[in-house]
Structure formats: C-alpha cells, structure tokens
Design a binder for this molecule. Sequence first.
Ligand code: ZN
Ligand code: FE
Length: 254
Amino acid sequence: MSLIEIIPCLSDNYAYLIRDEKTNKNILVDAPEHGPIETYLDKKALSLDAILITHHHNDHIDGINYLKIKYSPKVIGAKRDKHRLPPLDVEVEEGKELKIGSKTFEIYDVDGHTIGHIAYGLMEDKALFSGDSLMVMGCGRLFEGTPEDMWKSLQKLKQLPDDIMIYSGHEYTKSNIEFALSVDPQNEKLKDRRIRTLDSIAKGIPTVPSTLEEELETNPFLRESEASILDNIETVGSDPVSRFAKIRALKDTF
Ligand code: ZN
Ligand code: FE
C-alpha cells in the first residue's frame, strides 16, 4: 500500500502526493500552485520524483515549473496533449502502463472537460486520480468535449471496481450535492450523504476521496437513466447521451 496525502491548493483545488513506501519515491498528481506542495515536502524532508498531469488547465499545472527546478521530478502527461502541457519527460497513452518506483498506473482517456484529459488508476491501492472528469457527485464542465465524449468517459470509469476511491481535482461537493438533490430529490442515499457531507465541509474535512460505489448511488452524471431522475428532468430524447446532456446543461445554469 502507499500513503496518499491530500494537499489543498488555491481556493478549491487538490493535489495528491502518493508515497511509495517500498522505494521511498513520491509521486504528485497535478500541481495547481507550488507553495503548499513545497511546504508539505520540505516539512517532511521528502523528495519529489514524479508529477502526473491530468490535463492542461492552469489550475492543474501552474506549480510544475517551480517544482521541476527545485526537485527535478519526472513530468508525466498525455502524449496526445503534449503540445500544450509543460515539457514532458514521459508521455503516456491509454492502454499502456506507467511504472514509477514499485507502482503501476493504468491510463484512461477521459475526454469531455478537455480533449486530451487523462485519469490515472493505481489499482493495487484502489485509487483513481480523475482530475476534472468524474468528481464527487459531479463531473467537470464541458469546455472542449461534447456531452457524448464525457458520457463515454464516465461509462469507462463506471466499469472500474466499486470500491475504488475517486481522487478528483476539486472541492466542488457543496454545490454538486445541492444540484444532485434538485434532479434526484427522492434518492434516500443522496439525502443521507448530504447530511454527512455538509458535516465534513463544516469541519473543513475534504470530501475526497469517495468510492465509486457511493458515486454510482448518488452522482446524477452516472445515473442519467435512473427512473428517479427521469421523473425530474424534461428529457429531450430517450437515449442516455441526450439525458446526460440535459443534466449537464441544467448544472451549468444551476
Ligand atoms: Zn480543468
Ligand atoms: Fe480544474
């Protein structure tokens, strides 16, 4: 097992530090800014051996330049997005494994929020680093991809083991849960989760990670064809993608 530490950055981003206890290598997922990450590493006198990038947005890469100069990590990101990522030492692709220290990561293309967004699966630790694709009771906004792109990405992530933990890029849970209740108001598990989640938020405890199982029960973007949701949205079509598109559009103006 490895330790996975949550490092809050900016106003609502998360970076994650995976500590491979077998080899003492430390692997960061996303670098929204360098300050909190530097403070964390230096306080514990840790090295930084690799940075995994989920996607090109500034709030996921702005800290990389500074961290690269100070700690010389290998910078790793999607080959198909390398034209707009910081210089990569390792280019990864879906279907090819990434090995760092004793850890093996699976790579998943998860277009939708951007085209070229990837997620990293660390199966032995039951962890998925999903960036701005699948989020706690939500999913990323569609800046570059179509509803179909994001829907397909989420279908892919739905196939992962139910007990995998979802480490997403932001603390957006408070607004996500209010939206989720607006489209799925009879969902008892969602009501329970709201109480637990608001309690965590009030205490300043991150709501990440969550399990895929919890998301399957409460995340409206994974539940576009559930009867309890269909009762509450005016569907434009009967196919899952148009239902998903409708829910995404409702969230955009919520
Ligand atoms: Zn983003
Ligand atoms: Fe983001």
